[in-house]
Design a binder for this molecule. Structure first.
Ligand SMILES: [Zn+2]
Length: 350
């Protein structure tokens, strides 16, 4: 949990605000090193937002005296320290709860996966979901806040804005630029001085019989930044399907004409280089397309594992074919456990 503190008034906030409302000083962001348990309650009655019981509602305190609440599936005693250990397993999935402070969530998620080596010369390609020309509140595209937080994260780790590119490709009749404008993602690019790129206008190379954007191989770091959701036909709107946008549209559509979705997905994903997936699930679409607050962000270098874990946290029954053979027991989950964050997403808001 990061805190935003006014050095003059000594007041602190748990969500990012720029200035102190009392004295207008600029607030300082601080990250606690250690968190100690100062209160514990065991909860045995389930509710719609907390279907798995029992769980423990903790009050934590950091070394600066800041306090916050934390849900845990593991029992702690007063005085215990709460730590989140990172993993070096490239197939692990990190889960973090987030509402206002997306930068904190991204910082924690990437840290839990062992971090990224970012230098001022690192060339970085970010691939948000740009699916349709819809306003952000419909949760069809990655939100401007999520993209902005990712760019802020990269800049805070030493990346240069001129080395960050935001890429998209349309697989339907609406040009990527139109969707990027309506979804307000183009405004983020302008404000942050990063270059938006339509992959369709750039070159493609042959890799393992697939036509893949040459930008997938000429950048040092590739970050898939999809928005997740539920879908009546597909089961979920996945992180994996956003990666398919790195393939050439004509190649993808041709392959889809001849093969089923599962084969197409596996063929394209199989030839891509290492990609970090950082997925937004703060507001997500239900199967009926209404959007609800889900409050999560997930990350993994393995998009299949990320999607499988998301499907489990949202308690999806109709898993997409490409996820059916993935055994949840083989996936290491770090940060928060599935049990702690699991909600039947389709029942939210009803
Ligand atoms: Zn103040």
């Amino acid at each position: 949990m990061s805190f935003y503190k006014c050095q003059k008034c000594q007041k602190a906030w748990q969500y990012p605000i720029e200035r102190c409302p009392d004295c207008f000083s600029i607030l300082e962001r601080s990250l606690p090193g250690k968190a100690k348990v100062v209160g514990v309650s065991q909860v045995k009655v389930s509710t719609i937002l907390h279907p798995q019981t029992p769980f423990f509602a903790l009050v934590l305190e950091d070394e600066n005296g800041n306090r916050w609440t934390h849900k845990s599936s593991i029992e702690y005693k007063i005085g215990d320290e709460v730590e989140f250990s990172p993993s070096v397993d490239k197939n692990a999935v990190a889960i973090w709860r987030t509402k206002h402070d997306i930068l904190e969530a991204i910082d924690n998620l990437v840290g839990l996966l062992g971090g990224l080596k970012i230098g001022e010369d690192s060339k970085i390609l970010v691939l948000p979901s740009i699916n349709s020309s819809k306003h952000p509140y419909l949760a069809e595209n990655t939100s401007p806040q999520f993209l902005e937080a990712m760019i802020d994260y990269l800049l805070s780790k030493g990346a240069k804005s001129e080395n960050i590119k935001i890429a998209a490709q349309s697989f339907n009749d609406v040009p990527a630029g139109v969707s990027a404008t309506k979804s307000q993602l183009i405004d983020v690019c302008k404000n942050k001085k990063v270059e938006p790129i339509d992959l369709a206008e750039k070159g493609f190379v042959k890799k393992g019989g697939a036509d893949i954007s040459e930008l997938a191989f000429s950048n040092d770091i590739i970050i898939n930044l999809p928005i997740l959701g539920l879908n009546a036909k597909k089961g979920i709107i996945s992180a994996t399907e956003n990666l398919l946008k790195l393939a050439k549209k004509e190649f993808y559509l041709g392959l889809k004409y001849l093969h089923d979705e599962e084969e197409v997905t596996k063929k394209i994903i199989g030839v891509l280089p290492e990609i970090l997936n950082v997925a937004e699930a703060i507001y997500i679409q239900r199967q009926d397309k209404a959007n609800v607050y889900f409050g999560l962000a997930l990350a993994s270098f393995n998009s299949f594992n990320l999607d499988r874990v998301f499907a489990e946290t949202a308690m999806i029954k109709n898993l997409p074919a490409f996820l059916k053979e993935i055994n949840l027991e083989n996936i290491l989950v770090v940060g928060r456990s599935i049990k702690e964050v699991q909600i039947e997403a389709d029942k939210l808001g009803i």
